[in-house]
Design a protein around this ligand. Structure first.
Ligand code: BES
Ligand code: MN
Ligand code: ZN
Length: 495
């Protein structure tokens, strides 16, 4: 879709969208149109009790006295509380009403005096249209023309069109990142496996990301026995992707490390999962998908920060070479792990990648994302991701970024009493705790591989995939985490 910004000049034909604030009053351009259309806008508003509440829409087809195909009124609510993310949600509902039009014009003649700034809000409304337009339809060969969206050109008109255009550049960079993530997550596991995932990240090189890929031989040399053990039963080679974005003035300044669990398919291994819903485990690489999409967003908006993204990519399969329950593996840190359940594999992958990240990059802050436990879904459903941290300030910064970005986090406790559950009779630890507090014991396991680095772990098992869809996405992958971490970095780590 081609999105452009222009000063207000209402076209006589096609599909028009007008923003309406919550006093229910039309802006000056809409009032003019209403007159030309013999009052059909105001009559429709009255008939539908349309009051301009946030995300409320009203569609008026072929209004009399005009050559227009469609007029859509969209509620912006109270301009004082119209935040950037609220504007994105407005854009998303706009998309739903004009998706079947070849082109549309959004007229924002009511944004003057908005608290967040007219240009910024217009940019985020446009960004919301783009976010909602994502569709993973490459494998649908029989879809009729009328079922497919048609929107190709979108013009956003407002008085501050120049500033809208400028802020749209970075909004759109983040949308590119979200799409990169959604694509990786939506692909089935016969298409996205460790090597093909790694190959896709190479595309980020054109935006200035340095991409390195380590195969099994390199990882064996480094002593990554925990990660490699998970891939033992797979015909696909495990991979470690290291992506570096050096955007700070001092390219040598210690980076922020973002680490992702990339289990491209999780059968559970020999501790095999039940068949129902097992297909879900194609998105068990969601953490790694977010890391790759975040790197894309940061590079495209030329963020002034050094960030290293690391993806531990494996496939957890049961075959004659697979690791067995009870096997003992030696991690890169030297600590030994008794693998009592081969389905608790994400933590084994992260153990080595977290250690490697710290040894090589000495990051000042390290954040990992992982679809780590079913228990976090039991606790929070799909409304929040679980947050675990060894630093209160970092936890507070991430929680705040989650509020602003509308990708919310809820912090869980950690402590000695949970850590004890990982004791093993024959090794330094086992990879599972007891039947309770499964998300916390998983986080305790990870913490055993964190030195004195400021660290946070995000358990995103409940939010990576949404089978009903959200305001911003069709049913399927959400891209949750890209906007959150982009916000966290923009607010706390740049400049
Ligand atoms: N990938 C799963 C966690 C998961 C489950 C993500 C459902 C999304 C939806 C993870 O590898 C796993 O299998 N965890 C086990 C851990 C248990 C064996 C200690 C779990 O949560 O049941
Ligand atoms: Mn598992
Ligand atoms: Zn898993």
């Amino acid at each position: 879709m081609k999105i452009s910004f222009a000063k207000i000049s209402v076209p006589p034909q096609g599909a028009l969208v007008f923003g309406v604030t919550d006093n229910g009053k039309l802006g000056p351009e809409a009032v003019k149109l209403d007159k030309r259309a013999n009052g059909s806008l105001s009559r429709a508003m009255k008939a539908a009790s349309f009051k301009g509440k946030k995300e409320q829409t009203l569609e008026i087809l072929a209004p009399g006295g005009t050559k227009l195909d469609k007029v859509v009124l969209v509620g912006l609510g109270d301009l004082k509380s119209l935040s950037e993310t609220a504007a994105e949600r407005v854009g998303a509902v706009v998309y739903k009403s004009v998706a079947k039009e070849p082109s549309a014009t959004i007229v924002l003649d009511v944004l003057g005096g908005a608290a967040a700034g007219e240009g910024v809000l217009a940019a985020h409304i446009a960004g919301g249209v783009r976010i909602r337009s994502y569709r993973f339809d490459k494998y649908r060969t029989k879809e009729g023309k009328d079922e497919k969206p048609k929107l190709k050109t979108l013009v956003v008109q407002c008085a501050a069109s120049a500033s809208a255009k400028t802020s749209f550049a970075s909004v759109s960079a983040v949308v590119d990142g979200i799409f990169f993530t959604r694509d990786l997550i939506s692909e089935p596991a016969n298409v996205i496996y460790p090597a093909s995932f790694a190959a896709r990240t190479k595309a980020l090189a054109k935006d200035g990301v340095k991409v390195e890929i380590l195969g099994e031989a390199a990882m064996r040399k480094l002593g990554m026995g925990a990660l490699l053990g998970v891939g033992d039963g797979s015909a696909r080679e495990s991979q470690l992707v290291v992506m570096r974005w050096e955007g700070a003035k001092n390219k040598k300044a210690p980076p922020i490390a973002i680490v992702g669990k990339g289990v491209c398919f999780d059968t559970g291994g020999i501790s095999l999962k039940p068949p129902s819903g097992m297909w879900d485990m194609k998105w068990d690489m969601g953490g790694a998908g977010v890391v790759a999409g975040l790197m894309c967003a940061l590079a495209k908006r030329k963020a002034k920060v050094n960030v290293v993204g690391l993806c531990g990519l494996v496939e957890n399969m049961p075959d004659g070479a697979a690791q067995r329950p009870g096997d003992v593996v030696t991690s890169m840190s030297g600590q030994t792990i008794e693998v009592q359940n081969t389905d608790a594999e994400g933590r084994l992958v992260l153990a080595d990648v977290l250690w490697y990240a710290q040894e090589r990059f000495k990051p000042k802050t390290m954040i990992d994302l992982a679809t780590l436990t079913g228990a976090v879904i039991a606790a929070l459903s799909n409304h929040y991701a679980g947050l675990f941290a060894n630093d209160d300030d970092l936890a507070a910064q991430l929680t705040a970024a989650g509020q602003t970005a509308d990708e919310r986090l809820w912090r869980f406790p950690m402590g000695e009493e949970y850590d004890k559950e990982l004791r093993s009779l024959i090794a330094d630890m086992k990879n599972i705790g007891g039947p309770r507090a499964g998300s916390i014991t998983a986080a305790q396991f990870l913490q055993r591989f964190v030195k004195d680095t400021r660290w946070a772990h995000l358990d995103i098992a409940g939010v990576v995939w949404n089978e009903k869809g959200t305001v911003l996405s069709d049913p399927g992958s959400t891209g949750f985490g890209v906007r959150l971490l982009n916000r966290f970095i923009a607010d706390n780590c740049e400049g």
